[in-house]
Design a protein around this ligand. Structure first.
Ligand code: ZN
Length: 208
């Protein structure tokens, strides 16, 4: 903790007017800008934490300096987060940052589906892209084809960012009738309760 605070102090004080930590942080706010680097290879410019995929930009209102940091540091040091001109409470700020991560994940799924639709001229894939844009979900049939083809085309994607819908009886029936090896293609996109459903329908948990 000692070195963590020291690292933070060394990064923020030279860019701030105040010369103590809590005071300096009062000059900073989250700008609303985020960046998805697609791979978890980035560093928090405040505390030096590595392995970040997402950056959140904070800016000092006096010096205009900005830093790309992890959301953990914004929450840890209570850096101001605004929504519609109103400063959020720490709990609301946390929710807001989580919402932004969800949005970046959704965008990353759409990008993968767009790449796939460009790579292969197929009605089911362009249909899946259209369906995902509207519903933010894939049907089980779409999910199998999408993950199979994403892998085949070596298109970078994270299956756990995707959502699958089982809300209609038809989708449950499709899932029940599907070969287990096909269900495994989109296993990571299923929620824990959807996985339980799949097991009740006779599918097995993939071993990996
Ligand atoms: Zn940090």
């Amino acid at each position: 903790m000692e070195t963590y605070t020291k690292r933070v102090r060394d990064s923020i004080l030279p860019l701030s007017v105040a010369d103590t930590l809590p005071k300096a942080f009062e000059e900073w706010r989250f700008t609303g800008h985020t960046h998805d680097h697609e791979e978890p290879h980035e560093t928090c410019q405040l505390c030096g934490q590595e392995g970040l995929r997402y950056h959140f930009e904070i800016q000092n209102r006096f010096t205009n300096h900005s830093l790309d940091v992890g959301s953990h540091c914004i929450l840890q040091f209570n850096v101001a987060v605004y929504e519609n001109g109103r400063r959020l409470t720490p709990a609301d700020a946390k929710r807001q940052l989580e919402k932004l991560v969800q949005k970046m994940r959704l965008d990353s799924c759409i990008r993968a589906l767009e790449r796939l639709a460009r790579a292969e001229n197929s009605q089911i894939l362009s249909g899946a892209l259209k369906y995902y844009r509207t519903n933010k979900k894939l049907t089980p049939m779409q999910a199998f084809v999408v993950f199979w083809r994403l892998r085949r085309n070596r298109i970078d994607h994270d299956p756990s960012f995707f959502n699958v819908t089982l809300k209609k009886k038809r989708y449950m029936d499709d899932l029940a009738a599907m070969e287990t090896s096909k269900v495994h293609y989109f296993w990571r996109a299923l929620t824990p309760s959807q996985r339980k459903h799949a097991v009740t329908l006779g599918h097995t948990v993939p071993i990996d």
